[in-house]
Design a protein around this ligand. Sequence first.
Ligand code: DAH
Length: 344
Amino acid sequence: MLNALNEIETAGLAALESVNTADELEAWRVAYIGTKGKIRSVMPMMKEVAKEDKGVVGKRLNEVKSALESGFKAKQATLGAGSSSSTGPMIDMTEPGIIDTHALGREHIITRVRGELVEIFARLGFEVAQGPELEDETHNFAKLNIPDAHPARDPIDNFYVDDPRKVDTPRMLRSQTSTVQIRTMEDAVAKGWGPPIKIVSPGRVYRPDTVDATHSFMFHQIEGLYIDRNVSMSDLMSTLLQFARAYFGEQAEVRLRPSFFPFTEPSAEFDMMIALKPDEPAQWVELGGCGMVDPNVLKACNIDPEEWSGFAFGFGIERIAMGKYAIPDIRMLFENDVRFLQRV
Ligand code: DAH
C-alpha cells in the first residue's frame, strides 16, 4: 500500500505540473482526489494492512492526500479557476475584490417634503395629529357638513369598502385628510384637552381618479386646523403666507381665490406662482383649499361656534413637492425609478 501511495503522489504531482487550464485541473481533481479518484481507490487496502503497520500507513495516506489537495489548491489559485467549466476568461479568485461604495438608500421625496412641511408648521405652533386611512362616511362626509346627496359622496368617486346601499355607516378609504379635523375635535372635547386646537395632519388619501400627469388614485395631503377664540380670516392668510415664504423663499407669490367647500365658510383656493418645469415660466398652481371652519362642523363636534372659531386648510403634498423640486409629472413620484429618486 505504501508503494501505491508513493506512486500516486509522484504521478499526481507530476501530472499537476502540466495542468494549464481549469478544465484540465478539474479532470485532474476527479482522477486523483475526487470521490472515485486514485486516493479513494486505495483506501480499501487499509483493511489488509497488518495491525501494527496501520499507524504508519494511515499517516502516509493522510500525507499524500493532503499533499495532493494542497497542490490542487495552489494550482487553482494560480489558474484562478473557480469553476469546473470555465471556458471564458480566467478570474483570479485570490485578488482582492473591487471595493464598491454601496449605494445608500434615502428618504423618498414625499417623505422628505412631508417632514419639511411638518417642521415649518411646528414652528408656527401646529402639532401633528393622525387619523386612520380606513374611515367611515361620518368622518369623511357627514360631520364635515357634506350632505347625503352631495356629488362628492358618489361611490364612483370613492373607494368604498362596504356597500353604501347596504350598510348604515359604510367604511371607505378616506378621500381627504379633513377627516382628521373631525377626529381631533372629537378627541379634544371627549378628553377635555381643547379647544384651543392647533394641528396639522399629513397622510395618504385615496380617490379613483384616472392616473395622468397630475392625478393619482393615492396621494398625500396635509391638513391644518386652528380653533381658538377670535380666530379670523386674516390669521389664516398670514399663516399661509408665512408658510409659503418659509418653504419657497421670501419671493413666494401667493393668492386666495374665493371658492366653496361644505366644511368652510367663507372658502378659498390657495394658489402659488410655481414653475413645474425648470426652464418654463412660473404659473399659478393650485395647492389646495382653505377657509373658516363652518359653524355646522364645530357643532357636529360639540364645540360652541359662539365661543370658538377657526380656520382650516388642506394641501396636496405632491403638488407642493412638484412645485418645490420642479417635477413635471406626478407619476414620477410613484414609479420608483432610482435615477429620478437620486436626482430629487
Ligand atoms: N379637503 C379638501 C379637498 O380634499 C381640501 C380642503 C379645502 C381642506 C378646504 C380644508 C379646507 O381643510 O378648509 O379637496
